[in-house]
Design a protein around this ligand. Sequence first.
Ligand SMILES: NC(=O)c1ccc[n+]([C@@H]2O[C@H](COP(=O)([O-])OP(=O)(O)OC[C@H]3O[C@@H](n4cnc5c(N)ncnc54)[C@H](OP(=O)(O)O)[C@@H]3O)[C@@H](O)[C@H]2O)c1
Length: 319
Amino acid sequence: MRAIGLLRHGGPEVLEVVERPTPHAGAGKVRIRVRATTVNPADTLIRSGVTPIRQRGTEPVIPGLDVAGTIDEIGPGTSGRLAVGDRVMAMVNPTRPAGGGYAEWVVLPESWVVPAPVGASHAEAATLPTNGLTALHALDQLRLGPDSTVAVTGAAGAVGGYAVQLAKAAGHRVLADAARQDTDLVASLGADHIVDRGPGVADRFRALTADGVDAVVDAAVIGAPLLSAIRRGGTLAYVRGGPDQAAFERAAATRGVTLVSAHVHDYDGRRDKLDLLRRLADEGRLSLRVADTFPPQHAAQAHRLLAAGGVRGRLVIEW
Ligand SMILES: NC(=O)c1ccc[n+]([C@@H]2O[C@H](COP(=O)([O-])OP(=O)(O)OC[C@H]3O[C@@H](n4cnc5c(N)ncnc54)[C@H](OP(=O)(O)O)[C@@H]3O)[C@@H](O)[C@H]2O)c1
C-alpha cells in the first residue's frame, strides 16, 4: 500500500509517498480503506522532529491522527457492530508501532472506530475525531456547572471551533476571540460574544463578566496572559505546554486558577466520546470544516499551508 512517510526530520520536503506492507485485521480489529486523513499541527511537529516519535524503531515514520473511509476487513472476535462497507471515522495514535493515519489502509481495534456522521464526505468525517476529542477532553476536565461562562481562544481554528460548539451544546455562555475577518465564522459556530484576538484579549473577556470567566479553553496557546480573565477558583485548559510551564503554574496558583491539560490520547479508544461527537455532528451541532484537499503526493504543500497560518478548517489528504 501507499503511505506518506519521512526518512529524516526536516521541512515539508522530507515527506514522501512510500510503499508499506498492507496490514490485515487481527483479532478484535477492523481494517479501514482510508479515503481521507487530516493534516494537523502535531504532524508538522513529528515531521520537523520537535516531537520525535519512534514506531517500533523502523523507518519511515508515518504521521497522521485522523482517518475516514470504509471498513473492508473485519478480524475474528469483534462485536458485529461494524460491517464491511460501513463508512467510518477514527483517531489513530501515530506512536503505535504500525504508524499513523497517512496510509491507504489502517487496522485499528474495533472500539476506536465509529460510523461517520450521516451525509458527511470522507474528508468532512476525517476532520472530527482528533480535534473534536481534544476539545471534548478539555471541556470534560473543566467540570463546568450549568450556566457557566467559558472563553475560547483560537476559536476560528479546529480545536477552538469545536470547543465553542461543544460548550454551546452543553448550555454554557461562550466568549470567543477572533480576527476581524473571522468574526462571521466564529459567530456561525454559536459564540455568544466575540472579542478581538491579540494582546489584551484577557481584559476584553473579563470586561464581559462580573468577576471573570469560569474557565478558558486556550486553543491558541496564549498561556499566562489569559489568567487575568479567569475568576478565582476558575480553570484553564491548555493544549500545549509553553516554554516556561513552571512559571505558568506558579502564576496560576497565585491567582487561584487551576490548570488542566487537554490531551487527546487520554481518549484513545473512547468509543463513547467519539460516538457523542458523531451524534452532535448528525444533529448539525458540530461543523465539519474542510479547508482544502490534496492527493498524497502533495502532502508537503498541505504542511506548508498549515505552517503559514490562516487556514480555516482542516487540510485533508485524500487517497
Ligand atoms: N494536547 C492535545 O492533545 C492536542 C490535540 C490537538 C491539537 N493540539 C494543539 O492545539 C493547538 C490548536 O490546534 P488546531 O488544530 O486547532 O490549530 P488551528 O486549526 O491552526 O487553529 C489555531 C487557531 O489559533 C489562531 N491563533 C494563533 N495565534 C493566536 C493568537 N495569538 N491569538 C488568537 N488566536 C490565535 C490561529 O489563527 P492563524 O491561523 O491566523 O494563526 C488559528 O485560527 C495546536 O497547538 C495543536 O498542536 C493539542
